[in-house]
Design a protein around this ligand. Structure first.
Ligand code: 4AD
Ligand code: MG
Length: 456
């Protein structure tokens, strides 16, 4: 049976059979202890065996990492857990020889990344990937309870949302024999889709189409970007949640972002209490308090201009001088989130540094964009009210060099019963970094894809 059910449903005196892996095995002369985990819950169970077992000598030599099946009776324990299992029978299913990489000691994150296909066996990654699973459920739960449609947008697309230079190209061509036209250019008409296509960098534009039929939608899926940024917060494959809401303006959007984040944080605090306690002790001191505070707080909302004013007033020596026309650097984000000691919405960004689909404000200089910044993970959500004026869109598309033919269908949404609407993208891994205190995006994705790294 699953260990989680042993803890939840069984009591002292009950007999159980469990299957899982040995975390540690300490044998004394006449008895021994196995630290046992099956991955169905964060806590492990202590198994106690003695020399009455017919295979006692063999059990004493079971290696760390081996898989076993054990049967026995639950008895009272003086250890960390209320109970332990007194083994009556135990069998080895799969041995893990002495060179098993995940020994019962502290390993560095760098080392564990090099064996990412097995790092789920450590307590840290048991906790990380459990939180990942529970947080994903909480996100679906929030949107489903609030009348949103789960829209599954395409992964292969010819539509350019965040810039085609950011997208991986998809082709069935033999790379050593690519067809060319009479001008020597690649002849995409001969490819499977008869044109050039990409793997998506955002489901937003298709999400907007769905929102124009279903009012409130969200996507939750993998996203791909070619950016060659070797940072702790960028991956080339990451998961994104992209809600899109018809009849919603920028203020309404911030309300939704705040409400959703609080729901997800509360849900994780409630359902991953053991994991959060573990992170609080070993990964980020004060994590629990930070998360509990977030649920009760009201998020700060400032404009990009106010953010720059604040940075300039600080008199702090920044490596990059804060500027009213430019994006915030990591050090600026850090200063602002630390200054407010919590999540901060920054809105009304200079339009020239933001995407073409964002609504241009009346001043003609800024746009109705909003980013949510949190300490540590930086920008976890980015969103905006959408531009619906076709004339403005036409201008913006030209400015940003977007191929109009690739989004002609999208522009029709403005022609046929369009309405004001807004949406945002939540980077799922950035959220996980915030929830767990893990400092590197590579350690919240089971198999991370970052520049130079596509192992396993
Ligand atoms: O700010 P971004 O690029 O916005 C969009 O893609 C919009 N289409 C979203 C929308 O309005 N529907 O990305 C959204 C979020 C960021 O705030 C960040 O959390 C995350 O996605 N993100 C990344 N996460 C990990 N690695 C990367 N390379 C990321 N790029 C963006
Ligand atoms: Mg962004």
């Amino acid at each position: 049976m699953d260990l989680v059910d042993v803890f939840k449903k069984k009591k002292i005196g009950d007999k159980v059979e469990i299957e899982g892996w040995i975390r540690n095995n300490r044998d004394q002369k006449e008895f021994g202890f196995i630290d046992f985990s099956d991955g169905t819950c964060f806590n492990s169970l202590q198994l106690v065996y003695d020399n009455k077992l017919s295979n006692f000598d063999e059990v004493c030599h079971y290696h760390v990492g081996s898989s076993i099946i054990a049967r026995g009776k639950l008895v009272k324990s003086n250890g960390k857990q209320a109970m332990e299992l007194k083994i009556e029978e135990i069998e080895l299913v799969g041995d893990a020889p002495a060179d098993y990489p995940i020994q019962a000691k502290r390993h560095t994150m760098e080392f564990l990344r090099s064996v990412s296909y097995m790092r789920g066996r450590t307590r840290t990654f048991q906790a990380v990937f459990r939180v990942r699973s529970v947080a994903a459920f909480a996100i679906h739960d929030y949107f489903q309870k609030n009348n949103y449609l789960y829209a599954m947008t395409p992964l292969i697309t010819g539509t350019d949302c965040e810039g085609s230079n950011q997208m991986f190209k998809v082709s069935t061509f033999d790379f050593n024999d690519i067809p060319v036209d009479k001008d020597g250019k690649v002849d995409f008409s001969k490819d499977l889709f008869s044109k050039q296509v990409y793997i998506t960098g955002s489901g937003q534009l298709h999400g907007e189409a769905m929102a124009m039929s279903f009012k409130k939608i969200y996507t939750f899926g993998p996203t791909f970007r070619t950016e060659n940024s070797n940072t702790k917060v960028h991956a080339n494959e990451f998961w994104m949640i992209e809600p899109e809401i018809a009849f919603c303006d920028l203020n309404g959007l911030m309300d939704i972002e705040e409400d959703m984040l609080k729901y997800v944080v509360s849900y994780v605090l409630e359902h991953c209490s053991d994991e959060i306690n573990f992170f609080d002790s070993f990964v980020e001191k004060g994590l629990r308090e930070k998360l509990e505070k977030l649920v009760k707080s009201e998020f700060v909302r400032i404009t990009h201009k106010e953010a720059i004013d604040l940075l300039k007033k600080s008199k702090k020596k920044f490596e990059f001088e804060p500027s009213y026309d430019e994006d915030l650097a990591k050090e600026h984000e850090k200063y602002i989130t630390e200054h407010f000691n919590g999540p901060v919405f920054i809105k009304d960004w200079p339009k020239d540094i933001k995407a073409w689909y964002m609504k241009v404000n009346e001043d003609g200089k800024t746009c109705a964009a909003v980013d949510l910044e949190v300490p540590g993970a930086g920008e976890i959500m980015g969103g905006s009210e959408r531009e619906i004026d076709l004339k403005v869109l036409d201008k913006r598309i030209k400015e940003k060099n977007v191929k109009k033919e690739s989004i002609e269908w999208f522009l029709n949404l403005r022609r046929f019963g369009g309405c004001y609407h807004s949406g945002f993208g939540l980077g799922f891994e950035r959220l996980l970094m915030y929830l767990t205190g893990m400092e590197n995006i590579r350690d919240v994705i089971p198999f991370p894809r970052t520049p130079g790294n596509c192992d396993y």
